[in-house]
Design a protein around this ligand. Sequence first.
Ligand code: ATP
Ligand code: PRP
Ligand code: MG
Length: 300
Amino acid sequence: MMTTEPRLRIAMQKSGRLSEDTQKLLKRCGLKLNVSDRRLLAHVSNMPIDIMRVRSSDIPGLVMDGVCDLGIVGDNTLEEAALERQLIDQKYDYVRTTGLNFGGCRLSIAMPEEFNYQGIKSLNGLRFATTYPQLLNRYARENGINVDFCLLKGSVEVAPRVGLSDGICDLVSTGATLEANGLKEVEVIFKSQASLIQNPAVLEPSKQKILDTLLPRIQGVMKANESKYIMLHAPKEKITQVSALMPGKETPTILPLAGREDLVAVHVVATETFFWETMEELKALGCDSILVMPIEKMMG
Ligand SMILES: Nc1ncnc2c1ncn2[C@@H]1O[C@H](COP(=O)(O)OP(=O)(O)OP(=O)(O)O)[C@@H](O)[C@H]1O
Ligand SMILES: O=P(O)(O)OC[C@H]1O[C@H](OP(=O)(O)OP(=O)(O)O)[C@H](O)[C@@H]1O
Ligand SMILES: [Mg+2]
């Protein structure tokens, strides 16, 4: 008799702001998946994993109800869904396994440019267009104001201009959409990024084993994203000072340069921030030929 091996089911956004980064992350973790537009349950060919491709707003519910073991979704969508489900007595528990360092944005209140903003209290009694009524309500409650809302699933920024609302509560990243629509950001009410979430029930051992393989890979990819491989030429006589600039636990690799008695090559793994913060000092010590390269993966 044929036995079917249990497969870990992960929900991800089918198309939109998070889908490309999610797919890229899974591929960099070594998952071979054949994603075509119409295939809504994509089989990973080299691991017992299935990827369910759905609307972002459906992901929290699918994970909380146990239809999917895991999901990749924005914290904003997750928190909104948890608050809403709590209100209507549906399961709202989940485990936030890890943040994923992409899909960074903030949920903000924005008002027309000409609005005379004098602090949170000046929002009392006003009406806001939003996709996130629960998060807006919680913020209003915590700040002792009353607000009214109207629900819009997209193009929220147009609402004040057409008389639908006084202001908006929507996601912002660059601020370009606000600016293009004559709005100014007055309060940030929630900061968000994409997260890997999990149903709170204990996974069956074979599925837990798959997750135990996957998680370190995700962490390895994230670590690599934050790190750079830095190579430079340094005067031999300044090597102590150059080494002293290198980040804490990293020991630089020092290599001779053919035909040069006065110079050595220094290689180190560091964050890009470290590079920008120390570049001037490195140059002042006589370092040159500085190269900063991306790292594909980092384990251990
Ligand atoms: N401008 C932005 N910059 C960065 N991340 C964003 C931005 N807008 C949205 N996001 C993040 O991406 C997620 C998905 O946004 P997107 O607009 O693609 O879909 P959606 O309309 O929220 O959901 P659905 O898939 O249900 O239609 C948001 O929940 C948020 O976490
Ligand atoms: O600060 P910015 O960089 O301008 O980004 C903010 C915009 O991005 C999102 O919309 P999206 O483009 O996803 O369109 P949607 O309303 O159809 O979801 C969000 O709802 C804002 O409208
Ligand atoms: Mg959007």
